[in-house]
Design a protein around this ligand. Sequence first.
Ligand code: SF4
Ligand code: SF4
Length: 468
Amino acid sequence: MTTKTVPDNDALLDAPEHVLSTLEKDGSRRWLRPRLSTGFWWHKRRVVAYILMVIFVAIPHLSINGKPLVLLDIAARQFTIFGRTFLPTDTLLLALLILTVFVSIVLVTAIAGRVWCGWACPQTVYMEFLFRPIDRLFEGTKGKGGKPRHAVSGALQVARFAVYFVLCAFLAHTFLAYFVGVDRLSEWVRRSPIEHPMPFLVMVFTVGLMLFDFMFFREQLCLIACPYGRFQSVMLDEQSMVVAYDHVRGEPRKKGKHLEGENVGDCVDCNQCVVVCPTGIDIRKGLQMECINCTQCIDACDSVMEKVGSPTGLIRYSSQDSIAGKVRRMFRARTIVYPLILLGLMSGLVFAISTKSGFDARIIRQPGSPFTMLPSLEVVNQFRMRLVNRTDQEQTYSITAAPELGLGIEVMDEDKMTLVPGKSVLVPINITFDSRLTRGSGRKEVAITINDGGENERDVEFFLLGPS
Ligand code: SF4
Ligand code: SF4
């Protein structure tokens, strides 16, 4: 992690400063070792970060009514969220859920800026409150941060890698538990990798990815890979709350002690807000995509302001309009429209969940001839019935129809009428009826009743085709 010097090459244009916050003039990586400012906001963020770490580790072990709190079983195409299982057929529910999450993010960003990035994103939480403290421990800069005074010895580098490896392995196992469940995961861990090579490779890949991210990629994930920061410009407006430098109060900046009556701003150009920044930017240049709203520059500047006897808050949570002296408006187009959309989506979601019965049933007409005439002058229509068992028990389904219709319902494979939890099946059925039923129009709207042997029952409507 050494910083390269600019090569002596005339063909290279000499950039006036860092091209990007993490790029040297010669295009090499600028490794950041931010100093630590343990102020008001850092203490609050640390509490939140540790709570979130505990929650992240605990969730795969928690269950509601015997079902996991969260299990995203991609292989079985079942998603259990808060103890409720969503199946692949729940496209409407899943679409509503995804839209609700998306609009919530947009709304929170419009009001409170990138509060997610600075306070709750796992990348920030683990990088700033787990892995960076470990770096500082091994580099001898514990509690302070910044560049180490001496190069870290080879033995310490190895020890640090070992600690990273153990932590990344633990986090990777926890992460995978969200997708396979703790029971299956513990079975994988106990068995030899030769017996289950694919899960083992998935695990190796996940651990490798985490090591790559936390040891090497680091802030690049926020700057290069994460799309959220790039959408910031469309999600924020001048009224959104962000971490902002008060340029009205701070400029013109002047290094060192400010004399009485001197026409300068409060910024003493100490650069503390820059050296603490985990993405290496200067907040005084205005709102930037790289700013993850981590509040480290607020804490650093507040401590400088206290030392020089000026009021704190030169860098603070504020809006661009407030800094410019304009009135703060809580109600504006996006803070009215987004909540209304969110309300609509959430109402739809609650309604869709509460009206879901214990099973899904749909009648699909078999392709081919629309009907068959029997010598008895009865008509036969062929269908397939899609059944989905949404309960947690095995269910055996039965079909009935109103007696006045005189329908003969023949299930071609009775075994398929018994379904284990979460499974779906196509059952071929033939329906025989008197040809007089379709007389006139050649079709007849009918309904059959399907019962799961318990409290769940539903009517399924479809139409019969016959001679007119
Ligand atoms: S500018 Fe301030 S709030 Fe933004 S990332 Fe840097 S230190 Fe954090
Ligand atoms: S920490 Fe505050 S005073 Fe120091 S350079 Fe940054 S804004 Fe100016």
